[in-house]
Ligand binder design. Structure first.
Ligand code: SF4
Length: 486
């Protein structure tokens, strides 16, 4: 969600006439912070400290801080780092250009934090990072109260976007060449609660299946308590909904789940996975797990190991519990010693690594269609392989056989999996086993490349993205700048 917020900030600034800086010094620096991450405040103040001498040298440099930490600390940020020009919260991302302009005009720091959403963020201009894949917000905020989580206090109650608006945004993305969308929400399957439709998420998935040209639909994150069979049916019956599910477990112990205020229990969790695999046998299921929640005993932890063994996750995001100030769990007694948490964490990681490798080995011999991504990986120059994502979102490094045409990012390659590693798969196809499908997303990549070199695709055609257009911010106009970064 934060990545998509950053895309919005970039889009807003570009629409205001700024351009991203690739090298050298920026005139505007924006920090989009995440309070969920450990030590987020130390990291932020560390980065701000590094910028202080630069600000002294160049007083026109503007520094803005947004995101969850800004929502939490508000004016304290400008007090602790008085060289910051703008502090804005999670509910008013759209105000960023105006606040920068106001800070410049008034020569005073601007702090603006709203307690609830003013404009649904997806209506804001967005600078998409990818030409083939796009994030689409369906809701923001969360009505749950997990005791370890800071999100409800920073993002507020769940607000749902109307299905028509969501589908219109997806259609617009597809018209630009996007072939894959990921629907985003803190708790996607409670989508519809605000407008009284319990089945809205399943209906939304089915409606995505009707959009011509949309090849892949994903979503994140669902919540085990609210995950219903109509969603499983919609996933199984809608061909462009991909066989992939991220289902956060957090703990396998019912006692710990209760202390976390997660209202499902391990039996329900395993039941969901069973029903998903009955309908979608090839589904890859991933999860989030927290080790060392306050009061977690060795028996509780062994319950987590049991559920992990039974769940056969393709991969897992594993976290060591650490206090987040402002959350109820931070006040609980029985915070565990670091050494205990570390030892359990290592056991969990070893177990999941084994399962991930076994599940990856089971993929060898399958032929899959890969969406080639722009991120070809560090070793690609040596290995000559490109990175692609299988329908189940597994990362596959594929080699283009000699004499065969290479794909562009956004094109599709069909090839067999020839080898498994712990965290990725390899595909070294023979020429006769390699098939390339050029897509609209690949064409969009070509156009974006041409535009980034300043070469219009069709000479004389104005740019579609509005770059260089003057934008009225209701304030003295912000002139196009030499450089900026967001
Ligand atoms: S459901 Fe997710 S976002 Fe909501 S409170 Fe729990 S962990 Fe946080």
């Amino acid at each position: 969600m934060n990545v998509h917020d950053s895309e919005r900030m970039s889009g807003l600034l570009e629409e205001a006439g700024l351009v991203p800086v690739k090298e050298g010094l920026a005139d505007v620096v924006v920090f989009n912070t995440c309070a969920v991450r450990e030590n987020a405040d130390n990291k932020l103040y560390g980065h701000l400290g590094l910028l202080a001498p630069e600000k002294e040298r160049r007083p026109d440099l503007q520094i803005a801080v947004g995101g969850c930490l800004a929502q939490k600390d508000q004016a304290a940020i400008a007090e602790r780092a008085p060289w910051v020009d703008v502090v804005f919260g999670t509910h008013n991302v759209g105000s960023l250009p105006v606040l920068l302009e106001r800070a410049r005009h008034n020569r005073r720091a601007q702090v603006e934090i709203l307690e609830s959403l003013d404009v649904f963020p997806s209506t804001l201009p967005t600078k998409r990072e990818s030409t083939h894949s796009g994030w689409v917000s369906i809701s923001v905020g969360c009505n749950n109260t997990c005791t370890f989580c800071i999100v409800p206090s920073l993002r507020g109650k769940e607000r749902d976007r109307r299905p028509g608006e969501i589908l219109a945004e997806i259609e617009a993305l597809v018209a630009e060449g996007v072939v894959e969308v990921t629907l985003l929400g803190q708790n996607v399957n409670s989508y519809g609660v605000e407008f009284g439709d319990r089945l809205a998420f399943g209906r939304l998935l089915r409606a995505c299946g009707e959009i011509p040209g949309l090849e892949r639909v994903r979503f994140t994150s669902p919540h085990p308590a609210a995950f219903t069979d109509d969603v499983i049916a919609a996933m199984a019956e809608t061909p462009n909904v991909m066989p992939q599910l991220h289902m956060p477990l957090q703990s396998g112990s019912d006692r710990v789940l209760k202390a976390m205020r997660r209202s499902y229990r391990s039996a329900r969790f395993l039941g969901i996975l069973e029903r998903v695999r009955e309908r979608i046998p090839e589904a890859a299921i991933t999860t989030d797990i927290i080790v060392g929640f306050p009061g977690e005993t060795e028996e509780d932890f062994e319950e987590t190991l049991r559920v992990v063994e039974a769940s056969r996750f393709s991969s897992a995001f594993t976290f060591q519990y650490s206090k987040r100030p402002g959350t109820p769990a931070a006040e609980l007694p029985d915070q565990l010693p670091k050494a205990v948490v570390q030892e359990r964490y290592e056991r969990l990681v070893a177990l999941q690594d084994r399962i991930s490798r076994e599940e990856n080995e089971a993929q060898v011999g399958r032929t899959v269609e890969l969406l080639i991504t722009a991120d070809t990986g560090r070793k690609s120059a040596e290995t000559g392989r490109l990175a692609g994502r299988a329908p189940d979102q597994r990362l596959v490094h594929v080699r283009v056989p000699e004499g065969c045409e290479a794909p562009r990012p956004g094109d599709m390659v069909t090839a067999p999996i020839t080898e498994a590693a712990g965290f990725h798969l390899l595909s070294d196809p023979r020429p006769e086993d390699y098939r390339l499908r050029r897509t609209r997303a690949g064409d969009a990549w070509d156009r974006a490349q041409a535009e980034s070199c300043g070469v219009p695709v069709t000479p004389g055609t104005p740019r579609q993205d509005g770059a260089g257009r003057a934008v009225s911010l209701g304030m003295p106009a912000l002139p196009p700048r030499g450089s900026a970064s967001a």
